[in-house]
Design a protein around this ligand. Structure first.
Ligand code: GLY
Ligand code: MN
Ligand code: MN
Length: 445
């Protein structure tokens, strides 16, 4: 049993107890890809955080003890072992092994969920449940609540309020514990190996698709589940399409390659972007803009520290990017006017980062009491400034057009500042040229 998930349940039970709430947390449902083919199953992140259990059709029920002398209970509903079905869809843990393997207090068949749920919810005036994801499940859940409320002779409380998991469970997910950080470091290390392999392989004539395949291969062979999100492998002006995922064009000598790809390990994401010259040499314009983005990223990373606002990194990046655009004649100054008018948005249209964890755009509030949230140790953010000059942007000289650059790292807030989890991946322009030109393997461990 991995003790990390039991610790997560303990923290969740404490948070629930303080609100007098039980919680019903189903895993994800299978999604159809086309006709009768399904996407590969990926558990729901809340469910995974509390169980580390990857089987579909599972539901966790958390029941905090509300009275002295009672004990907290975690009840897992899961699929029963069925030989006929396991031949088709794979091995199942089964009820008998679930308690010991996962450390839950009780294991019941999912087929019993709706009939057993009422008895478990008696005594709780609130229940945490996320609605809106599955109509049939929402209906069954509401019917259970309706039935409970009609039993007017029950002297115990019954749920009169349904709470969303966001303020309770998502706040717990926002702060990563050491065991989670160990997994996130593994994801970062695998991403590092994959990005370096891609840098070594990229050259004119190789396809974006081959680089995409190489990234996936490196992720899988090093123990990741695969990419945490669809790989972006964008040569030349394709980098100006922020979510370019076609990855089907040839790489061209003289252009840059932007790769936004991160490994997923035990459902934890890494999220990394590097941009480098396909032939190992930056042109003057590419290098000029690259230096601006790198300076913006380094300055923004310095703003990731306890007590700083989440938005500080973005504001810092904006200043450095905009100053660079003015210096190179792509924007008109003065700087404060350009910032005020947001004229930079033509070249920089996204934010500089987001929370990172089980979801690549992880949960947790960004605004608290109406103000940008202050960073605290244990939070992980991305820092990802970029510049994108459209191919057809006639407001700038032709030599700048079609250049797209982003540099993205994963940054842990520590008690004294920050730790860049993805620091092993080269981003210094001289180091990048050496690596891409001669295929020298750097230490990316
Ligand atoms: N790869 C998604 C993002 O950078 O936010
Ligand atoms: Mn990102
Ligand atoms: Mn990214």
């Amino acid at each position: 049993m991995n003790p990390m998930y039991r610790e997560h349940r303990r923290a969740a039970l404490d948070a629930l107890r303080s609100r007098g709430a039980a919680a019903l947390i189903p895993t994800a449902t299978h999604k159809v890809r086309n006709f009768d083919a399904e996407y590969r199953f990926r558990p729901d992140s809340d469910f995974w955080h509390l169980t580390g259990f990857g089987e579909p059709d599972s539901v966790l029920l958390l029941l905090p003890a509300l009275r002295a002398g009672a004990s907290d209970r975690s009840v897992l509903f899961l699929r029963e072992k069925k030989r006929d079905e396991e031949i088709w869809t794979g091995r199942r843990l089964g009820l008998a092994a679930a308690k010991e393997t996962l450390g839950v207090d009780e294991a019941l068949a999912t087929s019993e969920l709706w009939t057993r749920l009422p008895e478990f919810l008696k005594g709780y005036s609130r229940v945490v449940y996320r609605s809106g994801l599955d109509d049939a499940r929402d209906r069954a859940f509401l019917q259970v609540l309706a039935k409970l409320r009609m039993q007017s002779r029950i002297v115990e409380p019954v749920p009169v309020e349904v709470l969303d998991p966001a303020p309770i469970l998502h706040e717990l997910r926002l702060f990563k514990r050491p065991a989670e950080l160990a997994v996130m470091r593994r994801a970062a290390a695998i991403s590092a190996e994959a990005h370096v392999a891609a840098m070594r392989r990229a050259r004119g004539g190789v396809g974006e698709r081959e680089i995409d395949a190489l990234l996936q291969y490196e992720f899988l062979r090093r123990g990741a589940q695969g990419p945490a999100y669809t790989n972006i492998v964008a040569g030349g002006a394709n980098a100006c399409i922020l979510h370019y995922v076609e990855n089907d064009q040839p790489l061209r000598d003289g252009e840059l390659l932007l790769i936004d790809a991160g490994a997923e390990v035990e459902c934890y994401a890494s999220d990394v972007t590097r941009t480098f010259p396909i032939n190992g040499r930056f042109s003057a314009e590419q290098r000029a803009l690259y230096d601006v983005v790198l300076a913006a990223q380094l300055a923004a990373i310095a703003d990731v520290a306890p007590g700083k606002a989440f938005t500080a990194a973005h504001e810092t990046a904006l200043r450095v990017l905009t100053a660079g655009l003015i210096e190179h004649g792509l924007l008109k100054g003065p700087l404060d006017d350009a910032l005020k008018s947001e004229s930079y948005r033509r070249f920089y249209m996204h934010r500089t980062g987001h929370w990172l964890g089980l979801d690549v755009h992880d949960c947790g509030a960004y605004v608290v009491d109406g103000a940008p949230r202050k960073l605290e140790p244990g939070m992980v953010v991305t820092v990802e400034p970029g510049l994108y000059v459209a191919e057809d942007d006639e407001t700038v000289e032709a030599r700048w057009r079609g250049i797209g650059i982003r540099i993205e790292d994963d940054v842990l807030v520590t008690p004294t500042g920050n730790e860049v989890l993805t620091r092993a991946i080269p981003k210094d322009p001289v180091e990048l040229e050496r690596l891409c030109e001669r295929g020298v393997l750097v230490n990316a461990s």
